[in-house]
Design a protein around this ligand. Structure first.
Ligand code: FAD
Length: 517
């Protein structure tokens, strides 16, 4: 029955599959959809792929998949469902590249919109003092990078992985090692075109329909489907000096990271990660990084210590290569990493930005890409980060062999106010990302249950100790938890929902609101 399915929608169970056949009102809705005419097409078959995502744990079957060829396709289907009012349970999920973790781009019994089919507008570049590009929201960031470079330009703020859509990352925030300076991707967008939950097509920006603009940025798809975005660009560098250096003391590590993000003339990218019980890791790096001090580096052993790796990058053009080494030496002179553990690499800008894709190809070859990914992303205020590190890296995590654990600070002052993303209330907060992969049939330390239990322990610790954290890419199963997540912003968030998507048709996979019946 549908009641059971609704329960499933709120379930925390690690692998949820729902394929029950819809009720008779669904059948009516279904046939009314079948009568619609589109520039693209609506498919009731071969929809299996939309029940999957990168997380690999939630599988909800939709009624149909729309492959839009125009914005009016998207507007018509949303309007049609909106006009059916409370007589239908149909919902609509925009699906970008389907790289969510908990079914956020899925719609049980609803319509999934395959945003990558929307090829309009064609990418259009505007050069000049404030360069930008207009793109379809279904465009992948990697394609935008390739095209922008032809104009000597590039977006300013990235995610670590570029095979994600513009609409998908703008719905969450889009954070990477450039965010300390430029803010997340949502802060580097001049204008959006959005189809709201009533089917209306609206252009919005800081100056025009600004409430909708702010709502949609980081809005988890709740207020509208982004169809077009105007993305800020800057002159693109050609090359990157990429640096890694190790620390064994968290206080020294975080002090250096915070020092680097506070200075104007710093690196262009600053991240970091944690290494627990991973003896072979430095040997792996040697294939792509060279050590500043190979003899000492060869003798370096972790001796069972938890290590923290600073990762930084400085952009440059070959004609400036004389100065760049001096600039880097100046920056490094202020830092207190373990001297023998400085690793350097020089790569093209594109290889640097697309670095995770190299790992993807290797993992795909071994059949280790399409496995469950129970990821946990947290934003932690600076005032709590030491307590967090001590407990989580000292007690809860015994190794980092299930996947990288990223940790780096960002400046809140560089983040715009008023978007839908909630962050800790401090000037500096850290992104800590547990990017685990689980072996599907394992019941051991590399299995799903074990990893989920560890994540629960981390979250319980944060809650018990009142660390003031916020989940990034949040996932909750009850309204109370969502309210707690948004805190005082909940009123605004839910009010905006009632304005822009009054029947709660959009992005049901986020499980914040339920379709009005
Ligand atoms: P989907 O998973 O398809 O959709 C995500 C949500 O957005 C869904 O609710 C969907 O309905 C909604 N949505 C999709 N398109 C639209 C649209 N056009 N309009 C409105 N709503 C829409 N995030 C970071 O911030 N930094 C990182 O460094 C980073 N690295 C990642 C690395 C990997 C390997 C992966 C898998 C994810 C990473 N992410 C990172 C997370 C990623 O940014 C989000 O999961 C993002 O939402 C995925 O984009 P997508 O195109 O696959 O969206």
């Amino acid at each position: 029955s549908f009641t059971v399915n609704k329960k499933h929608l709120c379930s925390n169970h690690p692998s949820v599959t729902s394929t029950n056949s819809p009720r008779s009102s669904f059948v009516t809705a279904h046939s009314s959809l079948a009568e619609m005419v589109f520039d693209g097409h609506l498919s009731f078959e071969n929809i299996e792929h939309t029940t999957k995502d990168f997380g690999g744990r939630y599988h909800f079957t939709p009624s149909a998949v729309l492959y839009p060829k125009s914005v009016s396709d998207i507007s018509s289907i949303v309007k049609h469902i909106f006009q059916m009012g409370e007589t239908t349970e149909l919902t609509v999920a925009a699906r970008g590249h389907g790289h969510s973790f908990e079914g956020q781009a899925q719609a049980h019994g609803g319509v999934v919109i395959n945003m990558e089919s929307l090829r309009v507008p064609e990418m259009r570049f505007h050069t000049g003092k404030l360069p930008y590009v207009d793109v379809s929201a279904g465009e992948l960031w990697i394609n935008i990078l390739h095209e922008s470079l032809k104009h000597g330009l590039a977006p300013k703020s990235w995610t670590d992985y570029l095979h994600l859509t513009v609409g998908g990352t703008l719905s969450v925030a889009g954070i990477s090692g450039q965010a300390f300076r430029h803010g997340p991707q949502i802060d580097n967008v001049y204008q959006l075109q959005v189809v709201t939950g009533t089917g209306e097509v609206v252009t919005c920006s800081e100056e025009q329909n600004s409430d909708l603009f702010h709502a949609v940025l980081g809005g988890l798809g709740q207020f509208g489907i982004i169809t077009k975005a105007r993305i800020a660009l800057e002159p693109a560098p050609k090359k990157v000096k990429w640096i890694r250096a190790l620390y064994s003391d968290f206080t020294v590590f975080s002090k250096d990271q915070e020092h680097l993000i506070s200075s104007e003339n710093s690196f262009n990218y600053i991240e970091g990660f944690v290494i627990i019980n991973r003896t072979g890791l430095l040997n792996n790096w040697r294939s792509s990084f060279s050590s500043k001090d190979p003899v000492q580096a060869n003798q370096f052993t972790s001796e069972g210590r938890v290590l923290f790796c600073l990762e930084a990058a400085k952009y440059f053009n070959p004609e400036d290569s004389d100065n760049i080494d001096k600039d880097i030496d100046t920056l490094l002179a202020d830092l207190n990493y373990i001297q023998s553990t400085l690793f350097l690499s020089e790569v093209s800008y594109i290889d640097f930005l697309d670095r995770v894709h190299v790992s993807e190809l290797k993992l795909r070859e071994k059949g280790l890409w399409e496995v469950p990914h129970p990821w946990l992303n947290l934003l932690i205020p600076r005032s709590s980060i030491h307590q967090f590190a001590q407990e989580v890296f000292g007690n809860i995590l015994t190794d980092t062999s299930n996947g990288p654990v990223l940790i780096y600070p960002v400046n809140k002052s560089r983040w715009k106010n008023g978007t839908s993303v909630v962050t800790p209330e401090e000037d500096v907060f850290y992104l800590v990302a547990f990017l685990s992969s689980a072996l599907p049939s394992s019941t051991g330390k590399d299995g799903l249950e074990y990893i989920l239990t560890q994540h629960k322990r981390i979250l319980n610790f944060c809650g018990r100790s009142n660390l003031g954290i916020k989940q990034y890419l949040p996932h909750y199963s009850t309204r109370e938890e969502w309210k707690a997540h948004f805190g005082s912003f909940w009123e605004v968030f839910s009010q905006r929902k009632s304005i822009y998507d009054p029947l709660a048709i959009l992005a049901p996979g986020q499980r914040i609101f339920h379709k009005r019946r």
